[in-house]
Ligand binder design. Sequence first.
Ligand SMILES: Nc1ncnc2c1ncn2[C@@H]1O[C@H](COP(=O)(O)OP(=O)(O)OP(=O)(O)O)[C@@H](O)[C@H]1O
Ligand SMILES: [Mg+2]
Length: 228
Amino acid sequence: MSPREPVIQVTELTVRYGAAVALDQVSLSVGAGELVALIGPNGAGKSTLVNTLSGMVAPAAGSVAVRGRLAHVPEGRQVFGELTVEDSLRLGGWRVRNRDTRPVHAVLPKLVPLRDRRAGLLSGGEQQMVAVGRALMSRPDVLVIDELSLGLAPLVVADLVAHLRELNARRGLAVLLIEQNARLALELCSRAYVLEAGRIVAEGASAELAESARVSDAYLGGVVTDAE
Ligand SMILES: Nc1ncnc2c1ncn2[C@@H]1O[C@H](COP(=O)(O)OP(=O)(O)OP(=O)(O)O)[C@@H](O)[C@H]1O
Ligand SMILES: [Mg+2]
């Protein structure tokens, strides 16, 4: 079976902040319609990687290729507090001149009663839905989400995950998901990469990674250690 054509292809990417190396020859791909997770500890370089994908950070070496349209849900949501939910969504569609929020309302119906509320006054989970909705307004081929679950209640996260599954199944939306909750990421995504200190240290099918000692011990609490 031939591999699916990538919507994201990162090849031997190196990124530096001054003298510090944030990414060291990282290669990663996301196929069309594929759900891929990127897990790793704080400071590993996950946000740096996705910020390079959306052009906010420049590579020192290597390359980043995006086929089709990429939308980025940034870390910390970054909704504009003064805008209403409806205007926040429309801002997301600005580049493709899309002002029709109905398809987003169909996918994220909880946004409908909030449409005239100021985005800055919403709860964290509601703001995350706005951030996802805003990204969807650009009609992306691939959605890059930097920390889906951060600070959200489990039920809110489950709801967002269900929406992502539906978008993937119905519209073939590809997703690159950065997620501290490795269990959640590996459940949602069929393939995953593990980034530690700027390097990919493991990659493969999520089910296989979840069984590996490296991932299980460090990210899934797989082993009870007998320290001391
Ligand atoms: N603008 C910047 N200037 C200098 N150093 C930076 C900058 N942004 C990130 N770094 C450093 O680069 C490294 C990678 O940071 P990055 O934010 O990509 O990690 P992360 O994996 O997203 O972490 P987290 O899980 O905490 O969000 C860290 O050591 C961080 O301190
Ligand atoms: Mg980050």
